[in-house]
Design a protein around this ligand. Structure first.
Ligand code: NUP
Length: 251
């Protein structure tokens, strides 16, 4: 009888330890994800400059106000993927790679793998290619413990021609797939609001189109978690002042 009681309490301890282990693990995982998504001043710099020296000069001037930057094809093609770790090492930034991944699943997988291996904290993919292609990106992001952003509707006028007609379904697909992060336009707040309703309050939306493309930062943040701003900062005579003024306008 005593032996049975002993073995029962032993099993109980094992079960409790295992439960605690999972709770801790999930807690850490969740924290990591949330950490990635804390964006200083809700402002992401789109660093579409064409050389490492320009990139470093701009980053140096705005580093006190911004901790997350987005690089895309312009800088990556000009300087190679090594630029990601250079900027991370020098400034401690989080880097979102705006590669608008839009290929078949096998190719998407390779593109995401290389991008995360190069140090990216997140990658942006297109949704119009369908769930198999997006799933390949999501799987690779999960494998690396990094984030995926699903682009729903773009911010430029041309997005009305094809993409807008399907943006709501793209967002719905993202929700069905369990995607937490989205890109939606600051240039059309009615559309941004619809996309927010679809993805829900817990989703994380980042919005390009503030400044040069005509969007208003403060109004955008009524629906979005962060704005993405490029030319209004890096083309300004004084990028730091432009950055400070923009942040003030968001209050
Ligand atoms: O819909 C989109 N619109 C857009 O402008 C999706 C994007 N990823 N972008 C990017 O955001 C664009 O490529 C650029 O890097 C940035 C906006 O820059 P700017 O208009 O503030 O200069």
């Amino acid at each position: 009888m005593i032996t049975i009681l002993y073995s029962l309490s032993y099993i109980n301890i094992l079960v409790i330890l295992k439960t605690k282990f999972w709770q801790n693990n999930n807690f850490n995982q969740r924290n990591n994800k949330v950490d990635t998504m804390k964006i200083k001043n809700n402002l992401i710099l789109a660093l579409d400059v064409m050389s490492e020296s320009e990139a470093i000069e701009i980053c140096d001037s705005i580093k006190d106000h911004i901790d997350t930057i987005k690089i895309g094809y312009p800088l990556a093609l000009a300087e190679g993927l090594e630029i990601i770790n250079k900027l991370k090492d020098q400034f401690g930034f989080k880097v979102i790679c705006d590669f608008k991944v839009a290929d078949i699943d096998a190719t998407n997988s390779k593109i995401c793998d290389e991008t995360f291996k190069a140090g990216a904290d997140a990658i942006i993919c297109h949704g119009f290619v369908g769930s198999d292609s997006v799933q390949a990106c999501l799987d690779m992001a999960d494998k690396h413990g990094k984030e995926l952003f699903l682009l729903t509707e773009m911010s430029h006028p041309g997005a009305k021609m094809f993409l807008q007609k399907n943006a709501e379904e793209i967002a719905e697909m993202g929700v069905e797939m369990g995607i937490r992060n989205y890109v939606a336009p600051a240039t059309r707040l009615d559309r941004l609001s619809i996309i927010r309703d679809i993805v829900g309050d817990d989703a994380f939306i980042i919005s390009p189109g503030v400044g040069k493309q005509g969007g208003d930062g403060k109004k955008t943040l009524e629906y979005s978690n962060a704005i993405i701003v490029g030319r209004s900062i890096y083309e300004a005579d004084n990028p730091e002042t432009a950055c400070e003024n923009l942040i003030k306008s968001l209050e």
